[in-house]
Ligand binder design. Structure first.
Ligand code: ADP
Ligand code: MG
Length: 230
């Protein structure tokens, strides 16, 4: 994890956002469950990646996301396409991205389509006074509309983990109802604990934003993550 951060800062002394591969590797170091994320720099490689993912046991649909450095809101820019079924969908989408974004597009990430669940956000922010805060909230399209968040100073204790979940107004969405089982709460706790360890190890992390983290009874999976170092 330190090597990834140091390598980025050696190349970009002012800091900035890690690229998708560095981000994925850093998350893996802390056991943070990012969905399979394959990097492709031309339409053919994207098709090959999507084919491999299609044989991987999920429902067969894939997602393509155009990537360029310092992008902010991919879906608002038209850089996220979900539910792609065929080689042709993937190839056409890559070409449409190239036409729309031109030379600034460095490539795409290809992911399997995740099953739906409750979309959360989890992350790290630096408080000017107190240092790193671990954040949990309602994510996805509800992020800005509902602004439902709980934040605690790192390092988190074992007590912080359930309290952060309980502190959300959306907590009832996670705990289940008759006929709908609760989401995998221990997996959410592990994400918060992993972020806390990451903050502890790597003070260079200015911001980490996992959004959405899709929570389901059978597990929790992040499909989009950004990490900024400085
Ligand atoms: P951004 O947040 O930059 O707009 P995301 O990668 O979060 O881009 O994609 C936007 C939305 O698309 C997500 O909130 C999620 O609802 C959906 N999405 C993205 N990737 C996947 C995926 N692999 N499987 C299912 N849904 C996805
Ligand atoms: Mg997102």
């Amino acid at each position: 994890a330190r090597r990834i951060v140091d390598a980025h800062l050696a190349e970009h002394p002012a800091g900035g956002w890690l690229d998708p591969l560095a981000t994925a590797t850093l998350l893996a170091c802390y056991g943070l469950p990012l969905t399979t994320t394959v990097w492709a720099r031309d339409p053919h490689s994207a098709v090959v990646a999507a084919r491999a993912l299609r044989h991987d046991g999920h429902d067969g649909r894939t997602v393509l996301k155009a990537y360029w450095p310092d992008q902010v809101h991919k879906s608002a820019a038209g850089a996220v396409r979900t539910g792609l079924r065929t080689d042709r969908d993937v190839r056409d989408t890559y070409r449409e991205f190239t036409a729309a974004f031109g030379d600034r597009m460095a490539g795409v990430v290809v992911q399997p389509m995740a099953a739906p669940g409750v979309e959360l956000l989890a992350g790290l922010v630096q408080d000017q006074v107190f240092g790193p805060l671990v954040v949990l909230g309602l994510g996805g399209t509800a992020t800005d509309v509902l602004d439902d968040r709980a934040a605690r100073l790192a390092p988190l204790t074992d007590l912080d983990l359930p309290e952060m979940v309980a502190g959300l107004r959306a907590a009832a969405l996670l705990s289940g109802r008759p006929g709908s089982p609760p989401v995998d709460l221990p997996a959410i706790h592990r994400i918060l604990a992993g972020l806390s360890r990451m903050a502890d190890d790597l003070p260079q992390i200015a911001e980490a934003d996992l959004n959405p983290v899709i929570a389901r009874p059978d597990g929790v999976l992040c499909v989009d993550a950004r990490i900024r170092v400085e």
